[in-house]
Design a protein around this ligand. Structure first.
Ligand code: HEM
Length: 488
């Protein structure tokens, strides 16, 4: 095809797409696009979404290295509880790998679960509004219409009895009928549905104190939360972000279907950090385990090597954050309005035992396993209070961090010889974490102070804040500054 005919062909195709997008066919088109059932043409190959920090070329190397590291941990699992704890996490929640395998190919799901994915395909294009309204009445109408269509589809399509039977099979260890990678993919889909239904992205929805979710989104959620040892009504970093990528690193369930490329890529780049941190974290988890085992055996030279490896591995891992959390990758103009709100959660319920009002927070970077494990390894107290951990950090992850904390040996090191060298490596790890924490303090503030007049100040991890954004920032900064000061 000559450049001129290619240009004419693309222009005509673009006009057809524009017409379809503004027509009643939009939901159909979005569904086809998200299922990749629109054929691709070879000359489109140059136009691709941005690739992970560990690019396609070294994806296989990372994969192979990670498999080797995970098998090292397995091999040590009969020697030390820190290895058996991580090994358990891989085998169970990870479906045999880390980051956890998450199957988003609904054609391989048990039939009764496929209904949820069908509903996702129908509801996702209706979720974002091209132009956000500041009028409460308009927003109320939109929310009501969205929820009533959602509830109608759930009651028409979902056979709850079948779904519950399947979840009971999983509870009984029947992973042959409900494979763990499918369990993870479905957990993510359910979390998406719950957040989409309650979505506190405009003032009106943010002020809701409780919400009557449809029963198809309650019973399965309670069952899965109890499987992961969690008791929050909201999703968490695992359910909504890490599990939202399949083993090839493809991003699955979307928030801003059909909106501009800038919005969609900002959403995906943000989500990708959380998955990638776990991919690049595998050698760190492995070195944490190996250094603890080496220390327990009195093998100081080997312990030194492993602690040094942690320091080395931190650089590429933190690059995943540094290279993405800036305006060119995650646009400041869209993050607060279009991305963060979906991950927030503002509603709660009355505790049936003590009558107290229990309110849940949504997702936050503070739930990322890697940082919790590193803090434990450095001997720092956990950042999150126990109650919040029990709501948002899966029990097997909590246990791993507890075991790391129990066996960390930094305080036992002397100043001389190999001990002194290990100590210096620890000091360098602390330095890198401090740099991350101060950079995060600055960058978070920039993103949180962007205008979003349709919303009240709210972070995903700390729910509704003070009416005045400056006061809210002072409140948030106390957490970040406090953690920075503790990182010594
Ligand atoms: C622009 C996006 C982000 C904003 C505005 C933001 C904001 C915040 C805020 C306000 C806090 C303190 C309050 C709290 O605990 O929730 C926090 C904590 C934290 N965030 Fe983020 N965050 C963002 C992205 C990320 C990312 C991508 C990561 C890492 C993958 C991350 C990791 C953490 C961690 C580990 C903490 C706990 C405190 C610490 O360990 O220093 N955040 N974030």
């Amino acid at each position: 095809m000559t450049p001129l005919t290619e240009f004419i062909f693309l222009s005509v195709l673009g006009s057809i797409f524009t017409l379809l997008f503004s027509s009643p066919w939009r939901p159909w088109l979005m569904k086809r696009l998200s299922q990749n059932t629109i054929p691709t043409f070879s000359f489109f190959k140059g136009f691709t979404m941005s690739k992970p920090v560990f690019s396609a070329s070294n994806h296989h190397t990372t994969d192979a290295l990670n498999r080797q590291k995970l098998s090292t941990i397995h091999n040590l699992s009969h020697c030390h509880e820190v290895a058996s704890s991580f090994s358990n996490l891989i085998n169970q929640d990870g479906a045999g790998s880390w980051p956890p395998k998450s199957n988003h190919n609904e054609r391989t799901w048990p039939a009764c679960l496929q209904a949820y994915k069908e509903i996702y395909h129908e509801m996702a294009p209706l979720l974002p509004a091209e132009n956000v309204s500041l009028d409460d009445n308009i927003n109320e109408q939109r929310i009501l219409a969205f929820r009533s269509r959602f509830a109608q589809l759930l009651s028409q399509k979902v056979n709850l009895t079948e779904v519950e039977r399947l979840l009971q099979a999983a509870d009984a260890g029947r992973w042959d009928v409900f494979p763990r990678d499918v369990y993870n993919g479905f957990y993510c889909c359910l979390a998406w549905c719950r957040h989409a239904y309650s979505i506190p992205v405009v003032r009106l929805a943010q002020l809701e104190k409780s919400i009557a979710l449809p029963k198809e989104l309650i019973a399965p959620w309670n069952s899965m939360q109890s499987h992961f040892g969690l008791d929050s009504e909201s999703g968490n970093n695992m359910s909504n972000l890490v599990l939202n990528f399949n083993t090839s690193g493809d991003y699955s369930l979307k928030i801003n279907t059909g909106l501009s490329a800038l919005i969609q890529s900002s959403e995906e780049e943000f989500a990708r950090i959380f998955h990638e941190v776990e991919v690049l974290g595998v050698p760190i988890y492995s070195s944490i385990v190996e250094s603890i085992v080496a220390h327990a055996r009195g093998d100081k030279e080997s312990c030194l090597e492993h602690v040094r490896d942690i320091k080395e591995q931190l650089r590429p891992l933190l690059s995943s954050y540094y290279d993405r959390v800036h305006d060119a990758k995650i646009a400041r103009s869209v993050w607060l309005s279009r991305v963060q709100g979906f991950y927030a959660w503002g509603v709660g319920h009355q505790n049936s035992t003590n009558g107290d009002w229990e309110k849940f927070d949504g997702l936050s970077g503070n739930q990322v396993l890697l940082f919790q494990a590193l803090d434990a390894f450095l001997g720092l107290e956990a950042y999150l209070p126990k109650l919040i951990q029990e709501r948002n950090v899966p029990v097997l992850q909590r246990r791993f961090c507890e075991v790391v904390k129990k066996h960390e040996f930094r305080a036992e090191l002397g100043d001389e010889g190999v001990d002194g060298e290990i100590k210096r490596e620890f000091a360098d790890i602390v330095k890198r974490l401090r740099v991350f924490r101060s950079a995060h303090r600055t960058r978070a503030k920039v993103y949180l102070t962007q205008p979003a007049p349709e919303r009240l100040p709210m972070t995903a991890g700390k729910s509704l804040l003070k009416e005045d954004m400056n006061e809210s920032l002072v409140f948030l900064d106390q957490f970040m500054l406090g953690r920075l000061q503790q990182t010594v």
